[in-house]
Design a protein around this ligand. Sequence first.
Ligand code: HDE
Length: 724
Amino acid sequence: MAKKRSTHPSANSSPNAKAIDLDQHTVDGAGEFLTSNQGVRINDDHNSLKAGDRGPTLLEDFLLREKITHFDHERIPERVVHARGSGAHGYFELTQSMAKYSRASFLQEAGHRTPVFVRFSTVAGSRGSSDLARDVRGFAVKFYTDEGNFDLVGNNMPVFFIQDAMKFPDLIHAVKPEPHNEIPQAASAHDTFWDFISHTPEAAHMIMWVMSDRALPRSLRMMEGFGVHTFRFINANNESYFIKWHLKPVLGMKSVLWDEAVRISGADPDFHRRDLWESIASGNAAEWDVGVQLIPEKDEHKFDFDLLDPTKLVPEELVPITSFGRLVLDRNPDNFFAEVEQVAFHTGNIVPGIDFTNDPLLQGRLFSYTDTQLIRLGGPNFHEIPINRPINPVHNNQRDGFMRQMINRGKTAYDPNSLGGNDPHQAKSSEGGFVSMMERIDAAKVRARSRSFTDHFSQAAMFFQSQSPIEQTHIMNALRFELGKCDTLAVRERMLYLLSQIDGGLADDVATGLGMHVPKKIDGYLNANVGADTDAKALQPKKFVGEAPQSPPLSIVLSAKPGMKTARIAMLVTPGFDEKSFLVVKRALIAAGGDPKVIAPHAGMVMGDEKTEIAVDFSLPTVCSVLFDAVYVAGGTESNTILESDPRAIEFVEEAYRHCKAIAATGNAVEFLMTTRVSKGITDHDDAIATGEDRTAGRVADLFVNAISQHRNWSREPKLFPIR
Ligand code: HDE
């Protein structure tokens, strides 16, 4: 059983602390006898105890009862939100001391490493739902610091739908499957969600984010993370700075198209989970630059929005990000349930040097997370589950409860005491004792929303207008899709009106897709989130007029980082493939950091023109091109005739073309491409299509690598799908 926590290998502040060590809790059973939970060796695990081999089973069969009882209790309630998740271990390395701003021990010495566990998630779907839902992604980081656990329970979008925790159950009930028929799963495209949103203009900014490509990440390793709320850093002199957390993926941000997302959901609903798992297993750690926007206390009111309003972001043009560390995920969990399912995050898990603000959404979260773990993990001792334990020792007078693991010695479980020497005892702040920031509050007790929270459209407009034209089109198409799935006309109408308050052009374009007109006014008020005695009229947001300031970091396309590290490339081969050109392309892809996979009409081995056999990674019927970033078709003696007669091969390349991916072909595979819709791209000299003779494979490979490094050729999309 568990050693004393103080001997935990990660508990020292060694800069080499790699990841939280759960080894002391892991077993693999290799070479061991099968036993009961009481340690009794089992002789027959296949047959129950019966009165005769054709007779009734006996109640005394303690082995059968134990096995079945445990099985019957295998499920715990899934998370109410963020049920679908994936996790990984790693570390946070401080690259620059933040001692000037925070006294947190893990932020003092550059080079210091803190073990972390991260859980990514979607929000709306159930545990078994697809990874590719159009949704916000949770990005929750548990830092096992040597002063206790600090949890950054963030998202991949920097703002939220609502401003006050009181609205959270309404929001979630609206987005979850409708209660009468439990439809649809993991989707916001239905009446109740948009009905709620159409009455909730404070969601306008977040809606722009959720309808954007940010909601469809290519990989969990390629999305940003944000703390969302404004938090505080507190330094050793008790000076406070407002902070906004930012995590920027080293691989850059990348997304998929909605059409791909829909297909991936069928072809591989574990697409993100698998991608994270496989990349870590193959030695490619996922990495983010970690930083904060720092705002001195005196600047609290210098913005034209309220720092406490979680529907607002602080544009990087106003406050640049101070980057100070690396978050690296380099180890897969040993057991999904024990780690990813049982990990319990809590916004209230903070350490000295970090503090909260009065953001009313954050304040509500401070209640919710413990409460939810109590029902989910079944009692008050969930902090003792290995993945949730801090790496430094825990001593207090809390006792007993379901599943208590700690065996406390001595007879005192109260404070103050003299019988136990009054230990454990309090720590002075100079000894690391946590002291809340002394914030002066002098106010009337009210149930109200601050007037400084009523501008709902300026930042929504800023986000929309900061997108590249292609991303704006994706937002428009997303809204056409989502509202097109709403059965109730009044919901669509109110949404069109709400969109017209953000951007008239966007509202008109969405309306065209719905075969409707944007209404000039709607019945009742737009903002229905007011108390019964409140004057609703005074709380209606003002339409955004004019041009919004541009913020390029808000756009994935405008802030793209070229590169193809870990890109997955399909190499389509047929028997008799041209080995030389195949190898030239394959080597170039690997040299550029790509991950090529061989795909052939059948599984097993495939022989090239020089009689070398290579292993097939996937047969054509088991995959489709949405699972890859790019496609290369190898030439060969018969490649064109074999592929031309295979509808799956045709679909494979045409789909990649439709999704603006890089495509390459050598030798007579080019003839094959010319028989498909890709021929249009070849004749149009599309930048992301590289073709040539087998002997020019080197040049083809260079062009191909360059095209994959751009991720997508977005200029192809308007040619294929002109807006109507
Ligand atoms: Fe959460 N949220 N949340 N949330 N949240 C949960 O806690 C809640 C909010 C976020 O991988 C729950 O353990 C309330 C914002 C993540 O385990 C629950 C409010 C942000 C995760 C809960 C919010 C988040 C959760 C469900 C409004 C982005 C997954 C199960 C006041 C900054 C953590 C659980 C994981 C999970 C409540 C709003 C992020 C019910 C009441 C804003 C990443 O406690």
